[in-house]
Design a protein around this ligand. Structure first.
Ligand code: FPP
Length: 261
């Protein structure tokens, strides 16, 4: 049974009852606002990332308890290398800090770790931490916690096109046989099928951009933008955002049942 969550309006709180039959199967989150959270407290930016890591733990457990199948978190983009070296180094140390302490709880919650991105370009220590976590959780068959690390949606599409072009060149594939499914199958989310595409994409911190995240996969995702900064994002905020999702009318380009009559 689900707990009741409190939805926070400007001046009041109202109880939210989530429909347990309409929990989004795949939720993707752009975890934004760590820097601003730290700045507001006169702390260095990295303090925001550290607190953001704690949020990752709480949201992972909450999503798993709600029955989400895949939780994809945008932890580091192919563009984040442009940040100052000290910040990049701090971010690259986070996976080992995170998994060193959190793997037992992941196993306890039956959560399996997955990674998506250009992992071979990560520092060996970061890569190893992620691979160890994948190994340690490989028997878990509950929610998949999918980290996008050194991930970029355009680069992912370029890589998919290159792989498809190689098959065409080798005569293994005819250009006229290329369809949406062919492209999906060459993306990094292919291993998440049948939940490759997020049903709900959340971005925290008030920014309303996609920032090169899952460009192909979000064709029909519901988008929710919340003002909450990622380090402040709590399970109740996740419930609120799922509640927004549940109120949406998803038509996938078609009509509502009543409109068809
Ligand atoms: C965006 O906030 C956040 C990031 C680029 C990093 C996200 C990483 C975490 C939340 C920790 C991940 C944890 C693990 C286990 C890998 P920002 O720095 O752009 O914030 P700002 O827009 O306020 O400056």
């Amino acid at each position: 049974m689900f707990e009741k969550f409190f939805k926070t309006n400007a001046n009041q709180q109202e109880e939210v009852d989530l429909d347990e039959n309409k929990i989004p199967t795949h939720i993707a989150i752009i975890m934004d606002g760590n820097g601003r959270w730290a700045q507001k407290r006169h702390l260095p930016r990295v303090a925001g990332h550290k607190q953001g890591m704690e949020t990752v733990k709480e949201i992972t457990k909450a999503a798993s308890k709600l029955g989400v199948k895949v939780l994809t978190l945008y932890a580091f983009s192919t563009e984040n290398w442009k940040r100052p070296a000290a910040e990049v180094n701090f971010l690259m140390d986070l996976p080992s800090k995170f998994f060193d302490t959190f793997v037992p709880e992941l196993v306890e919650n039956n959560v399996k770790v997955n990674v998506m991105g250009y992992v071979d370009q990560l520092p060996p220590k970061t890569r190893q931490a992620v691979f160890d976590a994948i190994e340690d959780t490989k028997e878990c068959d509950g929610m998949i916690l999918n980290f996008a690390l050194n991930y970029g949606g355009q680069a992912e599409i370029v890589s998919a096109m290159q792989a498809i072009a190689e098959k065409v060149k080798a005569g293994a594939l005819q250009p006229e046989d290329i369809d949406e499914q062919t492209i999906s199958q060459h993306l990094m989310t292919n291993t998440l099928a049948p939940y490759a595409n997020p049903e709900l994409l959340i971005r925290t911190s008030g920014e309303e951009r996609i920032s090169n995240f899952l460009l192909w996969q979000i064709a029909y995702s519901e988008l929710v933008f919340t003002d909450v900064l990622w380090p402040d994002y709590a399970p109740a905020n996740l419930a609120e955002d799922i509640y927004q999702f549940q109120k949406r009318n998803r038509r996938f380009g078609g009509l509502n049942k009543e409109e068809e009559k």
